[in-house]
Design a protein around this ligand. Structure first.
Ligand SMILES: [Zn+2]
Length: 189
């Protein structure tokens, strides 16, 4: 069962809720903004879903996300983490404030994905258009509108499929987060 964890319930909001004096609050906010190194005592925003927090797994040189449940191996010397339970070897470097992507996509795989995407979007729509062009409906027939609607549906649905393929390939954070939300919603039913 996935427990959605808000990334807003950080020490900052706790500080706002408490009747702290202004200088203390200021100090807390500054310390939060100051760059800090990657270590197993702190938690960090998850680089995959950009929603959960990753924190160290007990007795392991690894982090786990509280939201999407991805597991990362960490290299504290290089300040990098790499996701281990994913088809793609995605990795990021911690620069003290945020994550920077360090993975280089497999160029041949990326080329295949883009080629397949373009073919999937254009080819079926082109066939439908060609059929409507070669065999146009009678101008005043009741179904004259049909080829255009069919062309729109073909193009739209293939575009949707390709968007999913690309979101999966690039592991877009908004896509990963919505997938986790959908899964937890389905589990609750
Ligand atoms: Zn996550």
């Amino acid at each position: 069962m996935v427990q959605p964890v808000s990334d807003e319930d950080s020490p900052t909001s706790a500080a706002f809720g408490q009747p702290t004096t202004k200088p203390v609050l200021q100090a807390k906010l500054t310390s939060k903004r100051e760059p800090h190194s990657l270590n197993f005592q702190d938690s960090y925003l998850c680089p995959v879903c950009r929603h959960g927090q990753i924190s160290a797994l007990t007795l392991m040189d690894a982090f786990a996300c509280s939201f999407c449940r991805h597991i990362f191996t960490a290299n504290l010397q290089n300040q990098t983490v790499q996701v281990v339970d994913s088809a793609q070897p995605l990795s990021w470097r911690w620069n003290g404030r945020s994550w920077q992507s360090t993975h280089r996509d497999d160029p041949s795989l990326t080329a295949v994905v883009w080629f397949a995407s373009i073919v999937l979007v254009l080819l079926p729509a082109a066939i439908v258009w060609l059929m409507a062009y070669i065999f146009p409906p009678l101008p005043n027939s009741a179904w004259a509108w049909f080829p255009n609607v069919w062309l729109g549906c073909t193009f739209g649905i293939h575009l949707l499929m390709v968007s999913w393929l690309l979101a999966e390939h690039y592991q877009l954070s908004i896509y990963v987060a919505s997938r986790v939300r959908l899964r937890s919603w389905l589990n609750r039913r």
